[in-house]
Ligand binder design. Structure first.
Ligand SMILES: Nc1ncnc2c1ncn2[C@@H]1O[C@H](COP(=O)(O)OP(=O)(O)OP(=O)(O)O)[C@@H](O)[C@H]1O
Length: 294
């Protein structure tokens, strides 16, 4: 569904250039439910904006659903935003109008007219479990319920890809879990591809895969060893192990996770010794004795 190769985004301000993405590589399969984690300023929102067609990459390759976003005209971009992607933001003000009812909020972005539009809005609110609260104004709904309305809106035009930026950032743990369960359900029942950007490592437990971004690059990929069917079994989930992978780019460059580079002998190392041993590539500190390798 998504292919990013060497994606670069440079923000130019008056006297400064900020490289927000510096050659990011990422692949997301159709039907995946995945999370992107990373520290503040690592480039998560920038990536999401590129994926959603809200901003244009500076260089590299970005394909979504077989479409080349770098080659898009303004018109292509409008069509793409309308037909291919749906957005859910942490900031509810960006999604919702407080003085309208849930139903009116969902009706607004639907491209259909008249009764079909109303029927579709009802269907969407039922899909997110809010059939019984349709007539309430937004201000009368809880934070979790409001986020469900936002999700219903994001689904209004039947997107193939749902992008969510810190969708549970403003919610308590229990409500966050309910919203995440809803994402999982939509992913399963509609086959929707979902990319969630978050700081929250807990959220990472609820998705198929987590990709970490550091300094505008995918620095390491944590692949969860889980079967989707196990999803409901949270206790079993808690016992699951995470395996950390470093991403190797096309030129064979490897970024060693910062935690490992802090180990004795590697700290501040500008180079490491690389050897092949029994089918494994082993890295030694630069000044390690050759005999240590044996
Ligand atoms: N419009 C902009 N103009 C200039 N610099 C920007 C702009 N948007 C983002 N940046 C810079 O790009 C870098 C990446 O920002 P981005 O918002 O993508 O990070 P993030 O990982 O989403 O952070 P957070 O978790 O705090 O939202 C930061 O250094 C940020 O200051």
């Amino acid at each position: 569904m998504i292919v990013c190769d060497g994606l670069v985004k440079i923000y130019k301000t008056k006297d400064l250039e900020v490289v927000a993405l510096q050659g990011l590589d990422l692949r997301v399969e159709t039907g995946e439910l995945m999370a992107i984690i990373g520290n503040s300023g690592s480039g998560k929102s920038t990536l999401l904006n590129m994926l959603g067609g809200l901003d244009r990459p500076s260089a590299g390759k970005l394909m979504v659903d077989g479409k080349d976003l770098l080659a898009f005209s303004e018109r292509d971009l409008v069509k793409y935003k309308r037909e291919t992607v749906g957005f859910v933001w942490q900031n509810k003000a960006r999604n919702l109008i407080p003085y309208l009812t849930a139903l009116e909020n969902v009706e607004l972005p639907i491209l259909l007219r008249g009764r079909r539009r109303r029927a579709r809005a009802v269907e969407l609110l039922e899909a997110v479990g809010l059939g019984h609260r349709m007539k309430n104004r937004l201000s009368e709904l809880s934070g979790g319920e409001q986020q469900r309305v936002a999700i219903a809106i994001a689904l209004a035009n039947q997107p193939k890809l749902l992008l969510a930026d810190e969708p549970t950032g403003a919610l308590d743990t229990k409500t966050s879990n309910q919203v995440l369960d809803l994402f999982r359900e939509l992913n399963r029942t509609m086959g929707l591809t979902i990319v969630i950007v978050t700081h929250d490592p807990q959220l990472a437990r609820k998705v198929d895969r987590v990709v970490a971004i550091r300094d505008g690059k995918t620095s390491s990929e944590i692949i969860r060893r889980s079967y989707r069917e196990d999803y409901e079994n949270l206790e079993r989930e808690a016992e699951e192990s995470h395996v950390e992978y470093a991403v190797v780019d096309k030129a064979g460059r490897l970024q060693i996770p910062a935690g490992l580079m802090n180990a004795d002998g590697f700290r501040n190392a500008r180079r490491v010794r690389v050897e092949m041993e029994n089918g494994r590539i082993v890295l030694y500190p630069p000044d390690a004795e050759k005999t240590e390798a044996k």
